[in-house]
Design a protein around this ligand. Structure first.
Ligand SMILES: Nc1nc2c(ncn2[C@@H]2O[C@H](COP(=O)(O)OP(=O)(O)O)[C@@H](O)[C@H]2O)c(=O)[nH]1
Ligand SMILES: [Mg+2]
Length: 288
């Protein structure tokens, strides 16, 4: 699914989420653990203003566990509760209702003090496309929910899904738009597969990926593709292209004259990266 985000779509997406917020107690802001900043909607603070919130770092199975810990500390420091999960297997998704109830503890205690019988905590999952909203909803629901309304502007009858631990979720997530203004963000999202290759060129995305991997994960890259010498200067584009050519030669991506087929090489690098074949990689560290 590719959504073209025009200003009208953003306005509608924002309005739809704000309508849904009236129905719920807590927003569950889903981020990609590999790119927690780049996978954040630029207006999320404004859109969710005032709502209790739980930040969920999804796809943590693909992310560097040490950096995920640092991100949890970073968000805690910002005053947000945060959990990390893997929605594809369900690892730690059970923490979500537990944390949600902790966050709403005082509200629940007030209801009990007034003699009310507290109802299930109601939540809404929000996030940009491909961050794993549908996968998480299905995981929490324990079954596949038909998500026919899974794009902004398409509405359908909303239902509450019971999840463990006295919690209910709206069956349609809040779909937010990604950041557009920053080229770096675009490339990082493209590296994770969140932005399709019709928007950015595959060679450019792979070039960008190799540069980041050289900087942050050279030993992993070296081992995977049996590379010899590290580049002396990763800011030098020629050196990054040389690494890509070495990878291409290792993988037999050659064209006539013994030249390296960079497009094919780029495809291999991106497939490996997205499938976790280069190990658990996080592309953004907290901005301390
Ligand atoms: N490895 C991994 N893949 C995930 C996880 N959550 C979702 N995915 C994959 O990410 C892709 C996008 O997920 P989807 O639920 O459709 O995202 P949505 O657009 O936010 O609803 C799918 O290929 C999912 O299988 C996760 O925790 N780990
Ligand atoms: Mg979806």
């Amino acid at each position: 699914m590719t959504i073209q985000w025009f200003p009208g779509h953003m306005t509608r997406a924002k309005r739809q989420i704000q309508e849904k917020l009236k129905l719920i107690d807590i927003a569950i802001e889903l981020l990609d653990a590999r790119v927690p900043l780049s996978s954040r909607n630029p207006m999320v603070e404004e859109i969710l203003s005032g709502k209790p919130r739980l930040i969920v770092l999804n796809k943590s199975d693909l992310a560097d566990p040490r950096t995920t810990e640092q991100w949890m500390a970073y968000f805690a420091n910002e005053g947000h509760e945060c959990v990390s999960v893997d929605s594809s297997t369900g690892t730690r998704v059970g923490d979500i209702p537990v944390k949600a109830k902790q966050i709403l503890h005082e509200k629940i205690a007030r209801q009990i003090a007034k003699g009310m019988n507290p109802r299930a905590v109601r939540g809404l999952i929000v996030g940009i496309p491909n961050v794993g909203k549908s996968t998480l909803i299905n995981r929490l629901a324990g079954r596949n929910i038909a998500l026919t309304g899974d794009r902004p502007g398409v509405t359908k009858g909303q239902q509450w899904i019971k999840v463990g631990g006295d919690m209910e979720l709206l069956d349609t997530p809040g779909i937010l738009w990604p950041k557009f203004e920053d080229e770096l963000v675009g490339y990082r999202l493209a590296m994770t597969g969140a932005i399709r290759e019709q928007i950015l060129n595959v060679d450019d995305i792979a070039f960008f990926a190799v540069r980041e991997l050289v900087d942050r994960y050279w030993p992993t890259l070296q081992e995977r593709y049996e590379l010899e010498t590290p580049p002396t200067d990763s800011a030098d584009s020629d050196e990054i292209v040389r690494v890509m050519e070495d990878i291409g030669r290792r993988r037999g991506c050659l064209i006539s004259g013994g030249r390296v087929d960079l497009e094919k090489t780029s495809g291999i690098i991106l497939r490996d990266l997205r499938a976790g074949k280069l190990g658990r990689i996080t592309l953004e560290a907290p901005p301390y």
